[in-house]
Design a protein around this ligand. Structure first.
Ligand SMILES: Nc1nc2c(ncn2[C@@H]2O[C@H](COP(=O)(O)OP(=O)(O)OP(=O)(O)O)[C@@H](O)[C@H]2O)c(=O)[nH]1
Ligand SMILES: [Mg+2]
Length: 298
């Protein structure tokens, strides 16, 4: 029996959250086409008969402009220090850049075995996959190389089996039925934020936070009230939309997913409020559950 910890690290948008969802076979982390979607570490637990792997999704490491982003980076680099194995997830469909170099250095410094996960191979031809693997091989002596498509590959058995070999002997660390250790309210808030990311553009999605104000289970339904926080009045206008059309759209998309998550009818009421410069204020960032405290960068 083996059990241990694996961190998924990489640049924003590489596909880390998509991969963790595939690995644990449940949507525990939100996904979007916009970079910097994940703002905090999220654990996903995969229990098989002979093993338990605790995966941790992390925020994409990037150049921070706000306190929030510095805390996201800090959280990602902290998670990397405390695991048995690291997956460096890279988007194979975009060229190697400075951001990759930076993340590679962070990962190298951990002094742990690292798997190179070359993601999005569905967007690459075979030649490009081989060339890309070769160039990564020259940069670092990775323990293993896995070209794959987190979005489209249905079977990740190879990756799982190889991962087990790098984990210590040990018993289950979590009860076998647990897939995520995330609090329910945070998962609800995140699903709403995913729809904000999907429906809004440019600066607006990055300036948005979601907070659950109230949640009540009555009869066979769940009644949720949540607030979307933005930094400026103009963003509030966009979030609400003409005659409330944007908020309605976000709400109905979120409700569909929440009904699946909670397995019952959901009544969702959304509000929008301006919270000045919340991304620069520790207390607010902590209140919304993003990043961790302790970074001195910003
Ligand atoms: N074509 C393709 N798209 C993918 C694949 N994996 C992820 N994506 C897409 O890439 C985008 C980013 O995916 P995420 O899983 O949110 O990426 P992330 O690394 O968690 O990003 P951050 O949370 O911002 O650090 C989304 O639009 C995904 O649907 C893949 O294998 N193939
Ligand atoms: Mg993510």
């Amino acid at each position: 029996m083996r059990s241990g910890f694996v961190a998924l690290a990489g640049r924003p948008n590489a596909g880390k959250s998509t991969l963790i969802n595939a690995l644990v076979k449940e949507k525990i982390a939100i996904v979007s086409a916009k970079p910097q979607t994940t703002r905090s570490e999220i654990r996903g637990i995969r229990t098989d008969e002979d093993s338990q792997i605790i995966f941790t999704d992390t925020p994409g490491i990037h150049k921070a402009k706000y306190r929030l982003e510095a805390r996201m980076n800090k959280q990602a680099t902290d998670v990397i220090q405390g695991v048995d194995l690291i997956y460096l997830v890279v988007d194979g469909s975009v060229p190697f850049g400075k951001g990759d170099e930076y993340v590679l250095n962070v990962v190298k410094n951990a002094g742990l075995p690292v798997f190179l996960i070359l993601n999005k191979v569905d967007r690459m031809d075979e030649k490009k996959v081989i060339r890309s693997l070769q160039s990564w091989q020259q940069r670092f002596d990775f323990a293993e190389y896995f070209p794959l498509s987190a979005k489209f590959d249905r079977k990740l058995d190879d990756l799982i089996e190889t991962t087990k070999k790098y984990l210590p002997e040990g018993e289950y660390l979590y009860p076998p039925e647990i897939i995520s250790d995330g609090a329910e309210n945070f998962r609800i808030a995140e699903l709403i934020r995913e729809k904000v990311l999907e429906c809004t553009q440019e600066e607006v999605p990055h300036a948005a936070a979601v907070k659950i104000d109230n949640k009540e289970f009555r009869k066979n339904a769940c009644y949720i009230q949540a607030t979307i926080l933005v930094e400026k009045k103009s963003q509030k206008g966009i979030m609400i939309g003409k005659q409330g059309s944007m908020l309605k759209r976000i709400g109905s998309l979120a409700r569909e997913d929440l009904e699946k998550l909670l397995d019952r009818k959901v009544f969702l009421e959304l509000f929008v409020r301006v919270e000045d410069e919340w991304r620069s204020r520790d207390a607010r960032i902590t209140e919304y559950g993003y990043g961790i405290a302790g970074s001195e960068d910003y």
